[in-house]
Structure formats: C-alpha cells, structure tokens
Design a protein around this ligand. Sequence first.
Ligand SMILES: [Zn+2]
Length: 67
Amino acid sequence: MSSSHSVSACPCHPQDMDRQPRSGWMRLLPWLRLYRCSSCNRMRLLSKQKVDNARLLHAAQVRARGG
Ligand SMILES: [Zn+2]
C-alpha cells in the first residue's frame, strides 16, 4: 500500500491573498479576481465578494482582540 499522499491543502486565508493584475481572459469571469496566496505562492481565483467579506471579518476579529 502506498503511504498517504493526500493533497496538501494550504490553509489559505483570503486576508493573505494579494490581488494580481487581471489578464485578458479574466474579462470572461468578471465576478472573479485573481489572487496570489502569500504563504504558498499559489494563484487562486476567488470571488471578490467572498474575499472582501473574509477580510472584513478578519479585520473585525483583530480589532476585537485589541490589535
Ligand atoms: Zn496558500
């Protein structure tokens, strides 16, 4: 039996994502934005609304901790 070779999921958090400039084909997907994860350097397509929501939530949590 082969040892566990699971797809390692990077714990990517939207607040760690850097916006990337859009390339031409992305005009076909106007609701998506291209992001690069700053921890694993992987490119991801995420909906802007989802990322914005997660960022707001994260910011609120940081604020609540007094950070
Ligand atoms: Zn990542």
